[in-house]
Write a protein that binds this ligand. Structure first.
Ligand SMILES: Nc1nc2c(ncn2[C@@H]2O[C@H](COP(=O)(O)OP(=O)(O)O)[C@@H](O)[C@H]2O)c(=O)[nH]1
Ligand SMILES: [Mg+2]
Length: 326
């Protein structure tokens, strides 16, 4: 009886292994070496709330005309967005008062939201004007990485920050990131990334988290270390600042549009040897996360392995390094 059970077990395991291997091979075969960045024609325009006309977004390839672009990916964020935007706009206005040559824009990218995220964001655009505040509405949901990318490709800043819509990071800490970035890269044409980090809060967060979440977190960190990024402790914090030169390289090379996009970005940055600094930020856990603990983490684990494998076998290539060669 025991032997029979063992035999059945072996067949089952073999079956699952074969199916997984087949899925991996199919996915490698279907991979395109360079990302195909498509953009629906409606996604190329924003509503100028001053003139009530639609205007075409500029391109990341253009020269910068502002100091800072803040990209806020937002998927069904009608509830959490206002608090974040109030904090962010108040900080930026105050900074401009102290430093009149500081200029900025905020771009909210609604990631195919089905709630009133777009109208909530448009109210801000009306209040602050379309030069300071723009809304980019994606026709379909792409995932956080996809939303951040399209926002970056439409921005005007010498520096570009992406910041989560839930306001988990204290916006003021942008100041610390900017300082770190300028010491890595004095000009926008230079490469550099300042990475918001919660690594210093790890002990505190373990005390608050459930046992399962703590295990998942350590498992995830280990997988990130094995497959992708060795020099950054917190790859997932939604608060990262790039110079324009680096944003051009990374967001044109990015393949992953889902949660693991941060890992691919940092993996690319390590491969291209771009200067990076991890900067401690203040952070509050905000209710309403859309990451389901188990399935999102499993999906991220698979994504991590596939990032590593695809680059290893050359199924994915880096646009920026190919350009460097030419
Ligand atoms: N869940 C989810 N969030 C998205 C998506 N696209 C953009 N986002 C944004 O990604 C950010 C982080 O989301 P959140 O649910 O707070 O994740 P967590 O803080 O990592 O647990 C928020 O600004 C979301 O609005 C998407 O397709 N799904
Ligand atoms: Mg969050």
């Amino acid at each position: 009886m025991l032997i029979l059970l063992l035999q059945v077990g072996c067949y089952l395991l073999g079956g699952v292994g074969a199916v997984a291997l087949l899925a991996i091979l199919i996915s490698l075969y279907k991979s395109k070496p360079y990302p195909l960045i498509t953009r629906h024609k409606d996604e190329k325009f924003f509503l100028d709330t001053d003139t009530i006309k639609t205007v075409e977004f500029p391109s990341l390839d253009d020269s910068p005309t502002l100091e800072l672009s803040v990209i806020v990916p937002a998927y069904n964020e009608e509830q959490r967005l206002p608090a974040m935007l109030d904090e962010c706009m108040a900080y930026l206005a105050q900074k401009t008062e102290k430093q009149p040559d500081f200029s900025y824009e905020v771009i909210v990218v609604s990631d195919g939201s089905s709630d009133s995220t777009v109208s909530v964001a448009l109210e801000y655009s009306k209040k602050y004007g379309a030069n300071k505040f723009r809304v980019l509405e994606l026709v379909e949901n792409r995932g956080k990485g996809g939303a951040v990318r399209i926002g970056m490709l439409s921005a005007r800043g010498r520096h570009l920050l992406f910041a989560d819509a839930d306001g988990a990071t204290k916006f003021e800490d942008y100041e610390k990131l900017a300082e770190a970035l300028v010491s890595l890269a004095p000009e926008w044409r230079h490469d550099g990334i300042a990475i918001g980090s919660r690594a210093h809060l790890e002990d505190e967060s373990i005390a608050k988290r459930s046992f399962l979440r703590t295990i998942l977190m350590h498992g995830f960190h280990t997988l990130v270390w094995i497959f992708a990024v060795r020099t950054v402790r917190d790859t997932q914090c939604g608060f990262k600042l790039f110079t324009r030169a680096t944003a051009r390289k990374l967001f044109n090379s990015l393949h992953v549009e889902r949660w693991a996009f941060d890992v691919e970005l940092l993996y690319l940055a390590e491969r291209l040897q771009l200067p990076m600094a991890e900067v401690a930020v203040r952070w509050t856990e905000i209710d309403g996360s859309k990451l389901s603990p188990f399935w999102s983490w499993l999906q991220m684990g698979i994504d991590l392995f596939m990032i590593w494998l695809r680059y290893m076998v050359g199924a994915w290539r880096i646009v920026a390094s190919e350009k460097k060669k030419n």
